[in-house]
Structure formats: C-alpha cells, structure tokens
Design a protein around this ligand. Structure first.
Ligand code: CA
Length: 224
C-alpha cells in the first residue's frame, strides 16, 4: 500500500513517514501543494494524507483539482483544532475523512485502515445506503426517490453516519465532530437532533436505517 503525505512541517512528516513505514506502508512525501497535486496525479497512491495549510497552494486547491479531474484516490486531510468550517469544507470537496492536529499516530493509523478497507472510492460525492442517498456537493438528501428536507446540522449528522456506515458512533464522537463540543453528559443535543433526523429519514419508511445501540451510541446500516 502506497501513501502520499502532503505536508510541509518536517517534524510531522518525519513522524508520519516513520510510523507508516513501520506499519508496512510505502510513504512518499511532497512538501508543498504543487508537488502534492503533481505526485497525486502521476503516482499511483492508495491514499493521500493532505495537510490544509501548505506553502503555495493549499490543501483545498489540491483536493479540488483531483476531484475535478475525476481522481478518486481517498484523501484524509489534516486540519487545525477549532476549524469546524474547514472540516465541513474538506468533506464537501470530496475528502474521505479528517484528523484534527495534534493527533496520536494510533488514531491516524486506524483512520487510514478504515479508509483503505472501504476499497476504491466513489468518483461521485453521493453516499448511498439502501434507498437513502446523500449528495455532499449539492447538500441534498433523497430517500426512496423523494427529497428529504434537512437543516445544516441534520445534514452534517447524516453525512457523518453515512460516511461511517456500519460503525457504531458514540455520542461523544458525534458531539465533537458535528458540534465541535466536548461531550457534556447533561447535554442532550445529540439525542434531540438524532430524533429529528430519524423523524425525517426513517419514520415514514418501513426499513429503518438509523439504530440506537444502547449505552454506546448510534449506527446507520441496512438491517434485513
Ligand atoms: Ca502545514
């Protein structure tokens, strides 16, 4: 498995490269956006780890170009803490996942493996599970051919569940990723939004896709 690291911070690069190689990956490095975009299009990589802040052109420009050229190599992007908008933007531009700096290598490795396990990426930016479709680019959800009207938060929540289809997501993780808040056990913000989302996405249909895993969190999957 070959991974391209696009990052200009030498310490981060050294840390990533060493860790990936120790785990059996081949890792190439580009230290600016132009080199990154070039290598991504000419090398054959299984995954790209892309930092947002780069000299010259930034990570957005790089992923935007790749996706416009129909290059569907999975992208895990690295973003700064407190940049929720960045994460949304990255996912909309076609990134597969993101990691907030600073991160533990073990977490990066887990994300990398999850992305690689999903296999070749979709060329489009439409996620689909059963008869539910989510168009990340156009911000539209459709179930059984009918549009589902979602608020921006509901959309983010659903896109998180759909990107991690089959994975049980804890309330803590959902709160951090969708609301950028540390989980407060007294807060029921996740439950409230999940209830509204289910009312729109699942209630009118026989086949339920969002399931509660008691004491743990939620999972979106088709159960037959
Ligand atoms: Ca950087």
């Amino acid at each position: 498995m070959k991974i391209l690291i696009v990052e200009d911070e030498r310490k981060t690069v050294a840390y990533l490269k060493r860790g990936l190689e120790e785990n059996g990956f081949v890792a190439d490095v580009a230290d600016d956006g132009d080199d990154g975009a070039h290598l991504a299009q000419t090398g054959s990589y299984d995954l790209i780890i892309l930092d947002v802040m780069l000299p010259g052109r930034d990570g957005w420009s790089v992923i935007g170009e790749l996706r416009r050229r129909q290059i569907g190599t999975p992208v895990l992007f690295l973003t700064a803490r407190d940049a929720v908008d960045d994460r949304v933007k990255g996912l909309e531009l076609g990134a597969d996942d993101y990691l907030v700096k600073p991160f533990a290598f073990a977490e990066l490795l887990a994300r990398v493996r999850t992305i690689l396990r999903r296999g070749p990426v979709r060329q489009s930016q439409v996620l689909s599970v059963a008869d539910l479709e989510l168009d990340l680019h156009r911000h539209r959800a459709v179930r059984a051919g009918r549009p589902v009207d979602l608020t921006p938060k509901e959309f983010q929540l659903l896109s998180l569940l759909m990107r991690r289809v089959g994975d049980v997501l804890s309330r803590t993780l959902i709160a951090e990723q969708v609301w950028d808040i540390s989980f407060d056990s007294d807060s029921n913000v996740v439950e409230v939004h999940m209830r509204r989302l289910r009312a729109k996405v699942d209630e009118p249909f026989n086949c339920k896709l969002i399931h509660t895993v008691r004491g743990v969190g939620y999972v979106l999957e088709q159960r037959t």
